[in-house]
Design a protein around this ligand. Structure first.
Ligand code: GRF
Length: 209
């Protein structure tokens, strides 16, 4: 099986990145992580990459808070392309991507979000679910577009909200499911990538839903 070259972008803890790297290491996931990039110098996700011997880079984001400066986003695209990345995996990346990246990787950028989108996009969505008294929430993997936590949904997993749940306990249970869901969706991309290879087909246009 040909390994799907992926690049992972993240700003924080990197538990999803770890789950993906573990699945690759154990031979369960036919992907190859070419690069881990963070916009935060001391983000634990960079240490995780180092621990697994994966090439990693800090990308200084520039002067904006929620996006990369355009020239820097171009630089990100170049880094991903130079590394031969075929699927861009956002794992807690706290900046909105814009045209340079979206155009360079059409239907090849995915994100994981801790709610059942389209409900509760944005920050701390497990808290949003608790505040309005939902009984079920979960996590979603979706294609990335120019809007926050928006784009075609690829897969979801539900989590029941328990009467005594705190924000922390609920978030922890969602994350356990994220660590199953994200590698499972990436495995689907790996399958399509392999099916398409040799046929000259645009593998990313094949639906993974
Ligand atoms: C996850 O909860 C993910 O859904 C959201 O950001 C968080 C990243 O967590 N987009 P981690 O850095 O993978 O632990």
């Amino acid at each position: 099986m040909k390994r799907l070259p992926i690049g992972i972008l993240g700003s924080g803890k990197g538990s999803n990145c770890r789950a993906i790297l573990e699945r690759i290491r154990s031979g369960d996931l036919a992907a190859e992580t070419r690069l881990v990039v963070s916009d935060v110098l001391d983000a634990p996700i960079l240490n995780t990459a180092r621990e697994f011997g994966v090439t990693n880079a800090y990308l200084p984001p520039g002067r904006f808070r929620t996006r990369l400066e355009p020239a820097i986003e171009e630089q990100l695209v170049k880094m991903l392309r130079d590394a031969g990345v075929e699927l861009v995996v956002l794992a807690g990346f706290m900046r909105v991507l814009h045209e340079p990246t979206l155009k360079a990787f059409p239907r090849r950028i995915i994100n994981i979000h801790p709610s059942l989108l389209p409900k509760f996009p944005g920050l701390e969505s497990w808290k949003q679910a608790l505040v309005v008294g939902e009984t079920v929430t979960g996590c979603t993997v979706h294609y990335v577009d120019e809007r926050i936590d928006h784009g075609q949904i690829l897969a979801q997993k539900e989590v029941r909200i328990l009467p005594n749940d705190t924000a922390e306990s609920l978030h922890a249970r969602i994350q356990v499911l994220e660590h199953e869901l994200y590698p499972a969706v990436i495995a689907e991309f790996c399958k399509r990538y392999n099916e398409a290879s040799g046929q000259g087909a645009g593998w990313s246009n094949k639906s993974v839903v």
